[in-house]
Design a binder for this molecule. Sequence first.
Ligand SMILES: C[S@@+](CC[C@H](N)C(=O)[O-])C[C@H]1O[C@@H](n2cnc3c(N)ncnc32)[C@H](O)[C@@H]1O
Length: 322
Amino acid sequence: MPNGTLAAYLDFAPREESFRDVALAGLTRHRKAIPCRFLYDAPGSALFERICELPEYYVTRAETALLAERAGEIAARIGPRARLIEFGSGASTKVRLLLEALDKPSSYVPIDISGGMLHPAASAIAADFPALEVIAVCADYMDPSRLPTLVAATRDRRVGFFPGSTIGNLTPDEAVRFLRGCRTLLGPGGAMIVGADLKKDPRALHAAYNDAAGVTAQFTLNLLARMNRELSADFNLKRFAHEAVYNEGAGRVEIYIRSLMDQLVTISGRRVAFVADERMHIEYSYKFTIDEFRRLAARAGFKPLDCWTDSEDRFSVHYLVA
Ligand SMILES: C[S@@+](CC[C@H](N)C(=O)[O-])C[C@H]1O[C@@H](n2cnc3c(N)ncnc32)[C@H](O)[C@@H]1O
C-alpha cells in the first residue's frame, strides 16, 4: 500500500558509454549533431527550470495556466482510478494540477532520463499524495515498448501525460512512431494528454529561444560543458555560441551550437575539427496548428477528442484516445 514514499525506483538510465558513442558518432558525421536528450544532466535540468521562469519563455506559463483552468474537465474525461504515466516528467510540477483534480488516481509513473531530477521530484509527489502509488522510472522513453513491464502492469485505466511541448522536439515521423509506441503501452481504452505549442508570430518565438538574460544559451552550451565533465573533452565555451532560428517553412525553431572559429577539440581521446561558423544541430522545437497536431495524432492511431487552448491562444493541450 502507498505510504507517502516511493513504491519503486527503476533505474534504466543509459550508461556513460552510450553518451560517448552517440556524441562521437554525432561529432564525426558530415553535419554535426547531438540529440537533445543529452541536454538534461543535473546542471542542464536545473537550467531548464530557470528557462521556465523567463519572461520571454511563455510556454510553461501558458500551459500551466491552461491546465489549472481545465484540470476539472480533463479529470472528468479521464475518470476514476487511473494510472497516470508521464513521459519526461522533469520537476513533476504540472502533473500536480491533474493529480489534485483526478478522482482517486491509483498510481503515477514519472519517466525521465535525468535521475538527478526524477528521484527528488517523484519522492515529493509520493509525500504530498500519500494515497498514490508512485513508481519512478529513469529511462529513455523514446521506445515505449522497451520500458520495464511494471509501467503497464495494472488493471487500471492507463493515461499518458506528455506536457511541455516535448513532442515538438521530435520530427513528425519520430512523433508518430513515439505515439504509436504509447498507444501500445496504454492499451485499449487508454488515453493520452499532450501539450503542443502553437504556431505564432515568429518574433515571439525568436524571443522565447533567445532570452535577454542568456539562460537558454547557457542551457545549450552546457552540452559542451557536460562533454568536458564526462568525456574528458576540452571545449572552450567562449569559442562557441548558441543559435536559435525559426524556420517558418518547416514550422520549427532550430537550435544549434555555432563554432566561432576554426578549432580542434579533443573528446574521449579523439580529435574533432570545427571550421568557423560551422553549426552543430542540437534540437528542433516544432510548432503546430490545432489541425496539424490532430492529424499527427491520427496518423499514430489515436482519436483526437478534445483540444483546449490558453486565453491568448499560444499553447494547446490535446486529449487523445487509443
Ligand atoms: C522540455 S522538459 C519538460 C519537463 C516537464 N514535463 C515540463 O513540462 O515542464 C523535457 C524533460 O524530458 C526529459 N527527457 C528528454 N528526452 C528524454 C528521453 N528521450 N527519455 C526520457 N526523458 C527525456 C528531460 O530530462 C526533461 O526533464
